[in-house]
Design a protein around this ligand. Sequence first.
Ligand code: FES
Length: 84
Amino acid sequence: MPMLASVAAESMARKVFSQCSVEESMACGIGVCMTCVLPVIGEDGITRMLRSCVDGPIFRGDRVRWSEIGTVPEGTWGSEALRS
Ligand code: FES
């Protein structure tokens, strides 16, 4: 994941499009257990927790919130901040 984050960052710095095949831990592999989720910014600018196994594993490098993987970042769809 750190290597993918670096590739995505370098691509963004060079204004080059990138796609990354993420390597999250997967327990079920069929979209049920939610162990493989990561924060990804959608076309509408809203971050959602997407499942690597069924929504990926390939994501645009500039859309993954790399430094916040393993968390539910502020502003994520369904998080407390958006409910209020
Ligand atoms: S591995 Fe279970 S939801 Fe992705």
